[in-house]
Write a new protein. Structure first.
Length: 384
């Protein structure tokens, strides 16, 4: 009860500060642990820290639902779930020890198992937020339905704090898989890996995550495949697919490193290269990358491809991704202390009719939730 009273006081204080900022047209920068400050066009405004809103409000393991305050450390939530044999199945990246639950939802980023289990937004059941007028609003199946037709609780996933301040979120959780195995397929070219993944994806196999990379110039490449599910299903899949069965303890650490982009492939990035994220159809063929690019590092069964390339490669990478029906965005800048500085949202909006329509919808949503334009100004778009 005391924790709930404390949360209510902090929420009231934040609401009052936002109301005053809206009146004075003072930009506010929403920030939890700051683990994702590397992403976006720019960071500006008075800091609005969410970390005082910390703690698990309610947790019903038998119902597979947890409600958490937004400033709660992500590691703390995962530890509480693990104690009950449960987890966040979408494996949210941490990018640092101070990552928070609110930041996880606002960023909308998912880990290696995204292609199999779904994204962050698929696990958001409801939330409480403060809009740009200082109003505390609740959305979700148990509370209210947005009359405009939007599932607002899921709309906030990936909004990067541009629509409002998340104060509390309810999430669906899942039991830890009963069995897990990682298979390694050496001397596997990119083309072969994509063919394997597309073929296996159409079969009743417990595929959960995959990585492909060329670890050195002498090899064609290596495909790593993670299986999760019932013991019989995982065992049968291992026998059927072949490959080399790897040590479970070692691979657990490797998959966490894959989640947080700290594998040696990412750490070896050249000083003048940025990290680019290409989102493409899983069935897309290997892309002819620029000569000065390194990669790709492929995950999500082919749908997410990381490339290391200089900033000057922006147009080429965007054209390549768009040619197969995807998109490219600058995820990390050259320096770890620098934000990306490219408005990928605006670039997408200018590239096609669909992009322009999407931008118009986003602009209307921004006007509805933050009419004074005070939240995370310039984070996603140069225009708001």
């Amino acid at each position: 009860m005391q924790a709930m009273d404390s949360a209510a006081r902090h929420t009231t204080a934040l609401s009052e500060r936002i109301r005053a900022a809206a009146h004075d047209k003072t930009p506010l920068r929403i920030r939890g642990g700051g683990s994702k400050d590397f992403y976006g066009l720019k960071l500006q405004g008075e800091l609005l820290d969410t970390r005082a809103l910390s703690g698990i409000v309610s947790y019903e393991p038998s119902e597979l639902v947890v409600t958490v305050l937004a400033g709660t450390p992500l590691a703390e939530l995962e530890a509480a779930l693990a104690a009950q044999g449960q987890c966040l199945a979408f494996e949210p990246p941490h990018f640092g020890a101070h990552s928070t639950v609110g930041g996880m939802v606002a960023a909308g980023l998912s880990g290696p198992s995204r292609a199999n289990v779904g994204a962050v937004r698929d696990f958001v059941l409801g939330l409480e937020m403060i809009n740009g007028q200082g109003e505390v609003l609740r959305y979700g199946g148990q509370v209210m339905k947005n009359v405009a037709g939007y599932d607002v609780s899921r709309l906030m996933a990936g909004s990067w704090g541009t629509l409002g301040l998340i104060t509390e979120v309810s999430l669906k959780v899942l039991p830890h898989p009963v069995a897990e195995a990682t298979l390694r397929f050496a001397d596997c070219s990119q083309q072969q890996a994509l063919q394997h993944l597309n073929h296996w994806g159409g079969q009743p196999l417990p595929l959960n995550a995959s990585n492909w990379l060329q670890e050195d110039a002498q090899s064609q490449g290596t495909l790593y495949l993670r299986l999760r599910g019932a013991r019989a299903a995982v065992h049968a899949a291992c026998l059927r697919l072949g490959g080399e069965l790897l040590n479970a303890e070692t691979t657990a650490a490797d998959w966490r490193a894959s989640r947080d982009l700290t594998l040696p492939w990412f750490a070896a990035r050249a000083a003048d290269h940025c990290l680019w994220r290409l989102s493409v159809p899983a069935t897309a063929a290997p892309l002819p990358l620029p000569a000065d690019a390194t990669g790709p590092f492929i995950e999500w069964h082919g749908a997410q491809r990381w490339v290391q390339a200089p900033r000057s490669a922006a147009a080429t990478l965007q054209q390549l991704a768009q040619s197969v029906g995807g998109s490219a965005s600058l995820f990390r800048a050259e320096s770890p202390h620098q934000i990306s500085g490219i408005s990928d949202f605006d670039t997408y909006a200018q590239s096609s009719a669909a992009g322009r329509t999407s931008a118009q919808i986003h602009a209307r949503l921004k006007q509805a939730f933050d009419p004074s334009g005070i939240f995370n100004v310039g984070r996603l778009s140069a225009n708001w």
